[in-house]
Design a protein around this ligand. Sequence first.
Ligand SMILES: [Zn+2]
Length: 268
Amino acid sequence: MAKGTSFEVGQMRVHILDDGVFVTDAGNLFGGSQKARIKGAMHPVLVEAGDDLALIDAGFGPELPEILVGRYELNRERDLLDYLDDAGYTADDVTHVILSHLDADHVGWALGTPSFPNATVYVQEAALEEARQMPEKDGRRAVVPAVEKGVEEGWCELLDGDGNVLPGVRVEVRAGHSAGHQIVWLGDGDDLALYTGDLAPAKIWLDPNLIAGVDTDPEAARKNRIEVLTEAEERDAPVILYHEPEDCLVKVRSKGDGFEAVPAGSSD
Ligand SMILES: [Zn+2]
């Protein structure tokens, strides 16, 4: 990704940050015993919204979580806090952290060792509830104590469905990858951008039929992916792809029974 990608939407400036690249066996993402190696970036998003500063998703954190050692490799020379610094901010400046869901590659800096002392962290209650039901060794289950601690101490707020976290920053529950998985619409009126989280995290996921082994409700994921990408196309909204190593800001266009990515600068 070009370093320091940022753009304007509505009254806000949006910076696409970076937290390195992970490498894993395809089998860890799609199930089965596929031997191919798969690479994914992590692109948390920073939104300047008036006096507030919102971060959407929070990478792996200071280091690869213990639960993933041996299955994932994390490669980076610079991390999220370095890219935050490039954008002109420190961890103290972040006021809101929105977590799309509770997988380790999205919550690290926000939950593992909370790095944003002045921020409220927003999690869907349904995502927490699902995480509580996961098997002991699951990554989602592993962060439950941190979320519960946050709720108790008042720095984590549980959401129940769609709504504005800030003016121009609207979360919408689009489940499938996990229960309570939330996407984020940025902007207002016709001037919108979309953060898809793990509903469609990279260009290969613009194929609605691609199901990840880790999707807890594949049919919901498929239906929501089609609906959301259709809406992004109709609204001509740039889409931020969290795990896309290159060109993580695109627009989508229908193609066959799926979608393709076109440069974000394209218009109808
Ligand atoms: Zn992910």
